[in-house]
Design a protein around this ligand. Sequence first.
Ligand code: 4NP
Length: 171
Amino acid sequence: MSTPIRIQFVCLGNICRSPLAKVVFRDKVDEAGLDDHFEIASSGTGSWHIGDTADDRMRATAERNDLSLEEHRASQFAAEDLAAYDHIFVMDKSNLNDVLHLDEDDEYGGKVRLFREFDPEPDDYQVPDPYHGGRRGFERVYDIVERTSDMLLHRLVDEYDLEDEVRSADA
Ligand code: 4NP
């Protein structure tokens, strides 16, 4: 098996948006039979929640959609992750600034992209931070993450020539 494609999703606290993106994207990868081809992680740019479980409201949102965040523990994005991952998908422009700030020699900017660049309905290209709002904000994040993950996986399958692997998983 070739080296897996290493993907990291990044938000601020790593208790709401990027943990959800990780489990939604991983579910799509599994459904396509591509789990051997990907390593998928998430983190936050801030340190406040290191070691915490995902936010209760996001855990409930995941569960309503037959996904689980029960095993998630928050971690902080580290400068070394810039070299270690092939693609870093950030949830908003503030995350983008914070991640690029760690790229002291401007080596890795090409790996770091707004997740919603892949959203067919991208609005302002940011996944809104649901932390200070109500349940509807969490559901909205789910909808955005769901359709964006679909498109992202299609793009990566194309970029890495994995079409035949998807088909063999369907057989
Ligand atoms: P996340 O949401 O970045 O999607 O995990 C937040 C979680 C915590 C805080 C802000 C956003 N906070 O301010 O503690």
